[in-house]
Design a protein around this ligand. Structure first.
Ligand code: SF4
Ligand code: SF4
Length: 425
């Protein structure tokens, strides 16, 4: 069994690492925890040694568990090591190797097989959050620290955005195609439950600029959280559903507002064996995936309202390191009238959100967030611009922890552009 399992490790890819260490200053966990096993180079060595039988599979656990999966190491690596592939192979092997407790199994089933896979369950969560908010219970729990016995939930509760009710998907064809661009809109599940307003604003900005936007039925969760938890069967099932849903239409692009989910969509082809029908269909899909900033960059947006703020941008790691979208958000931010764009030191370092890392590794995540907030404080902005819901909540959490919520706002790039362009939900 163990022998069969180690064969699943991406051993070949580990030989591309020449141990140069260029990735160390880019790795948030190496900076925070100062140990080789928490560096990209150390983790690659762990996988190599496990594949060679020099250490047990379990010996990889701590090093791999505490990796954020931000993939900043890939961006700086001179030999193009496929760190993401090495990491995902280790995550899957560790998951299969570990005996899960009944509680762990139940939690995984509830999260990955029931909640995230089912839009109706997510809509129920969205309705529950909405009721929690409008009933005044959220305000009470925030103001009186009612969740303080569980510190992480108390802090996350404070950082949670106010939600609007997510709408059922209607096939929504804008008859105007003056830009000759047609877009299939990918909603995401966390985005749809917590930040439906941002999706609505993104659609409205595109429609105002004559992009034909279609919000199609039968789309589902991208599978990012399942993938990062080593649940490959569920990830493949979700990928197939999304590919089938979108390939029925002849879109120029498949657009989303979520750096992390966009990265998973962009790598769907890696889930299937090269040369198979599903691999080809996945490639056709991934070639069309674009972040909202890439679409807004080529539109002739009319900015009518000045935003008189001093802003920093906290990019989504996966938007940069996987989707390779580095410049478009900057160019858009620079166009916003009245806004002063401040350069933040180490801005590309992960904020510590990383999917559910800030829940399962709370203390480590807060250490990384504190490093980020030190850089925010040094820059003295009154607005943090984000490009992913996880980073958004994490940065809001940082603002709350620093006691800055009266003077420092957190907004998604789409919200800032909508405000400046006079677009409202
Ligand atoms: S992963 Fe790349 S940058 Fe890091 S040590 Fe290996 S070769 Fe060097
Ligand atoms: S993915 Fe991020 S946290 Fe993990 S080794 Fe690479 S840089 Fe470090």
């Amino acid at each position: 069994m163990t022998n069969e399992l180690v064969k699943k490790l991406d051993y070949e890819a580990t030989f591309d690492c020449v141990q140069c260490g260029y990735c160390l200053p880019a790795c948030p966990t190496y900076i925070a925890f100062e140990k080789e096993k928490h560096s990209p180079r150390g983790r690659i060595n762990l996988v190599k040694m496990a594949a060679e039988g020099k250490i047990t599979i379990g010996d990889m656990q701590e090093g791999i568990d505490l990796c954020l999966g931000c993939r900043a190491c890939e961006t700086v690596c001179p030999t193009n090591v496929r760190y993401g592939d090495i990491l995902m192979s280790a995550v899957e092997v560790l998951k299969e190797n570990k005996k899960q407790s009944v509680i762990e199994k139940t939690n995984r089933t509830l999260a990955f097989k029931i909640a995230l896979k089912n839009k109706n369950v997510l809509r129920l969560i969205n309705k529950g959050l909405y009721m929690y908010q409008i009933s005044g219970v959220k305000r009470l729990t925030k103001n009186y620290n009612l969740l303080k016995s569980v510190q992480k939930f108390n802090e996350l509760n404070k950082a949670m955005p106010d939600v609007i009710l997510s709408r059922r998907i209607n096939r929504n064809i804008n008859p105007f195609r003056r830009n000759n661009v047609s877009v299939g809109f990918f909603q995401g599940c966390i985005m749809d439950s917590f930040f439906a307003r941002i999706n609505d604003l993104a659609i409205k900005i595109m429609q105002k600029n004559y992009v034909q936007v279609t919000n199609i039925p039968n789309q589902t969760c991208c599978g990012a959280l399942q993938h990062h938890a080593g649940e490959s069967k569920d990830t493949i099932e979700l990928a197939k559903k999304n590919i089938e849903a979108f390939e029925k239409y002849d879109f120029d692009y498949i657009v989303n507002t979520i750096g992390g989910c966009g990265a998973t969509l962009k790598e769907y082809h890696k889930l299937f064996k090269s040369g198979t029908d599903w691999h080809n269909r996945a490639l056709a899909f991934t070639n069309k995936v674009r972040d909202i900033s890439q679409i807004l960059s080529f539109l002739n947006l009319e900015f009518i309202n000045p935003i008189n703020k001093n802003a920093v941008y906290q990019p989504s790691c996966h938007l940069e390191n996987v989707q390779k979208v580095f410049n478009e958000p900057d160019k858009l931010i620079e166009k916003i009238p009245g806004l002063t764009y401040l350069p933040m030191p180490q801005r590309s370092l992960c904020c510590g959100s990383a999917g559910i890392y800030n829940i399962v590794h709370y203390n480590e995540s807060m250490k990384i967030l504190d490093m980020k907030m030190k850089n925010v404080r040094a820059t003295e902005p009154n607005l943090i611009i984000t490009s992913n819901p996880g980073c958004h909540i994490q940065m809001q959490l940082g603002v709350e922890r620093e006691g800055l919520s009266d003077v420092l706002e957190v907004k998604h790039l789409v919200e800032v552009i909508a405000e400046s362009c006079g677009v409202e939900v």
